[in-house]
Design a protein around this ligand. Sequence first.
Ligand code: G4P
Length: 529
Amino acid sequence: MSLQEEISKRRTFGIISHPDAGKTTLTEKLLLFGGAIQTAGAVKNNKIKKTATSDFMEIEKQRGISVATSVMAFNYRDRQINILDTPGHKDFAEDTYRTLTAVDSVILVIDCANGVEAQTERLMEVCRMRNTPVIVFINKMDREGQDAFDLLDELEEKLSIKVRPMSWPIGIGETFKGVYNLHRDTLNLFSGNKTEIEKEVIEIQDIDDSTLNDAIGDEDAAMLREEVELVNGVYGDFERETYLAGEVAPVYFGSALNNFGVQELLDSFVDISPTPQGRMSDQGFVEPENPKFSGFVFKIHANIDPKHRDRIAFLRIVSGEFKRNTFYKNIRLDKKVKFSNPTSFMASSKEIIENAYPGDVIGLYDTGVFKIGDTLTAGENFMYKGMPSFSPEIFKEVQNDDPMKSKQLEKGLRQLTDEGVAQLFTIQPGNRKIIGTVGELQFEVIQYRLKHEYNASCSFMHRSHHKACWMTSGDESKINEFIRRKASNIAYDKDGNTVFLADSPFLLQQAELDYPDITFHTTSDFKLG
Ligand code: G4P
């Protein structure tokens, strides 16, 4: 098969949702419909429950599970579908943001009762930054929820994206009868059957067909006709280009738990979703069809066996063909490396692969060399433009509890932050280390892993910063002046970039007013150019 054919065959996407909206259930059902698993319940729920904060073994176990379910690939209608899992727990939001750099599109799951929730908004902001195409699945239609028109308004308002319903629900909760597919003119009747995959699809001529009345009754048919007319009037035609440009999100309604609307979603996904896309590098855009292999590491997962300390780096292939046992260049280290055991993540098994293509995610065993954001190429000197770092929200200073183990602590902190567990900043005087995270859970993970993997002990001292801001200005002297004035709130990130640790929203606003020539960024994405 040619490179072009391999590319055309692949679809790589992520499912995002607020916890409990049904991401795990939908993932499982997609695998079930794709024939990758035979029974429901096979995908472990990779949610880290709140109670896990004090149970380290539980965290470790969960981390183990999340390796297994990090990438799930399966074949459906001659396509290879790669689903990239995103952690649901909000403390791991940073992981999710990075995973979103490795997908070409996303499916957003919304609970029909709760609508758009806090985490959905943040995740969508990340998608909007990259114009990632989004399909929305409104889930749990078997339960009482909000009116469909209200939900669509809420989506547009809170997620700053236009929506286009592709199917329309008939009733909701107790009265839910099914959905009408607005494009295929089919009626999909709801049976509430959790175990069977097949469902009844009724072909109808058009919305005025009397078959509709026979299937759902006169009253519901009349209501449906009225609503469909309104939908078509309000939302206009669906144009695939606007979806691919990340401007319009097609919306489907269903119930993942009841296998309802899932096949329709999967079929539409296969029809409209983008093939693997290229990525921007510091030397320009790299197309997937470029025959020379290149890719980037977006996730590093430590092995659960502390004695080995080996890790799996997840590499997204951007261009060309990856081959086993071939030397590739790690651009950051300017070093050639080859991999004898690269693995694929087919949902049914994890196996060693000989080659892989754009859109694929492969697992590379690593002994601590890789860093999140690393670029591998066939020899060309360019770098993918890095992973975005988002400003942490919790900051703590590291106190070394065992001065005899300073080296180990240093190494442990470096490696753990290379893995992306948290961000590391250095502040003067005394090269003090500050760890920044989005959730409390990371501090426990860091403490635990430092002890078990590096034999180092530390405790944390709270620091009351609000945000870490990267700075840019057309006039470097302004930044230098700012650094002098705010010395006690200036730190350096791992790449040596200066950051301003603002103590409160007010002080950040004040800095912006006092220094209008400086732009304060709460994500490092500005480096992406
Ligand atoms: P998440 O990964 O987004 O966090 O959500 P998950 O799939 O775990 O689903 C959260 C809860 O919602 C689960 O119930 C799940 O069974 C339920 N659910 C998912 N889809 C539907 C649906 O279409 N209809 C209804 N009524 N419920 C749905 P749970 O009780 O929390 O967990 P479990 O004991 O069922 O695993």
